[in-house]
Ligand binder design. Structure first.
Ligand code: FAD
Length: 318
């Protein structure tokens, strides 16, 4: 069976859920091989989790360069492995970093790129969800390898054990890879809340929230539900909430068990980032707001009246 490469998404020694989804997806078309690119010592913490989710092989690429040079070390490692094992597909998370890796890798290996897949239909074929989920599109590439960026939240995570055989590979350190250097890392704001793309509950606010100070209403409800906070682009552009929390086509894609939209109209570009949420609750004072078309529970009302009542009710139920 052909090896299918999966780039492991990990932060601070924790594997992100989308890695497990990609291992499941890879299993459908071949033997999943996890590729961990990290600083020295990273992999020892991750190997058990990867094997428990189906990785037959784990390629370990560790170097201090990894944190210094943006995405190029990941591209270098994957490009060398593509040349060596000729996989039918390489799966990469479809976040901002992942898309950069995927695009560069596609050019470097002369491969076709299937962007933002929600399903795998064959060795070099898959399904995209487009225009805010209004359509699905099947496509395939004709090159030997498909570079796939995988949309988080598209598949269930299943435990299935793999051999997890480890092999060390080099992180090439070419001058070209070092042309852009990381000069500063700003701490992420958001306190102890779960990471937006990993959270099982997201409470998001839109332009209807009205100001940065008012976003407190969103945060208080989020904290009562141990949720992450999200924001529409209009809320971000208005300066109500930081850009890193934007949900949507040009923001993050989330797929939580519960998505609560407060004062969000439900534009197609917003839906693109949240419509696969399992349960959607919308609070909007306009009964015609498009968000109600996809909401499982809709409340027509003023968010400043409804959200505190929800917070109080959640508090009563512990
Ligand atoms: P609005 O559309 O202004 O809606 C505000 C809503 O709040 C209204 O429905 C109103 O009835 C309601 N409201 C007002 N006051 C209250 C109240 N007190 N209580 C209850 N409800 C109230 N948008 C994104 O979100 N994410 C993206 O990634 C994104 N990418 C884009 C990319 C492109 C190329 C383009 C062109 C647009 C993109 N947009 C994106 C913008 C998108 O088209 C919408 O403009 C945006 O989503 C609107 O945000 P909103 O729903 O918060 O604001």
């Amino acid at each position: 069976m052909a090896e299918v490469l999966v780039l492991v998404d990990h932060v601070d020694g924790e594997i992100k859920k989308n890695t497990y989804e990609m291992l499941n997806a890879a299993r459908r078309i071949g033997e999943p091989s996890a590729v961990v690119v990290g600083t020295p010592g990273t992999t020892s913490k991750l190997a058990d989790g990867l094997a428990a989710h189906g990785a037959e092989k784990i390629y370990v690429a560790e170097s201090d360069d990894v944190v210094n040079y943006l995405s190029t070390p990941q591209v270098d490692v994957l490009a060398a492995l593509v040349e060596r094992v000729s996989p039918p597909a390489v799966l990469i998370p479809a976040g901002a970093d992942g898309r950069e890796v995927a695009g560069r890798l596609a050019v470097r290996t002369n491969s076709g790129w299937l962007n933002d897949l929600v399903d795998i239909d064959g060795e070099r074929a898959g399904t995209h969800s487009i225009f805010g989920g209004a359509f699905t599109v099947q496509s395939h590439v004709t090159t030997d390898t498909a570079i796939v960026s995988w949309r988080s939240g598209s598949l269930e995570v299943e435990e299935q054990s793999g051999a997890g055989t480890q092999e060390t590979v080099e992180v090439p350190a070419t001058d070209a890879s070092k042309s852009a250097k990381v000069s500063n890392r700003a701490p992420i704001v958001g306190g102890d809340r779960p990471e937006l793309t990993e959270a099982s509950v997201v409470v998001a606010g839109g332009r209807g929230v009205g100001s940065a100070d008012n976003f407190n209403v969103v945060e208080v409800l989020a904290d009562s539900l141990h949720a992450a906070v999200g924001a529409s682009r209009a809320a971000v552009d208005s300066g109500y909430y930081p850009n890193q929390f934007q949900v949507g086509q040009t923001g993050k894609t989330v797929s939580p068990q519960l998505y609560v939209a407060l004062g969000i109209s439900g534009a197609i570009q917003h839906r693109a980032g949240m419509q696969t949420s399992k349960t959607i609750v919308a609070v909007n004072k306009d009964p015609e707001a498009p968000i109600f078309e996809i909401a499982d529970f809709g409340i027509v009302g003023d968010l400043f009246s409804v959200a505190p009542q929800l917070t109080e009710e959640v508090g009563k139920r512990g």
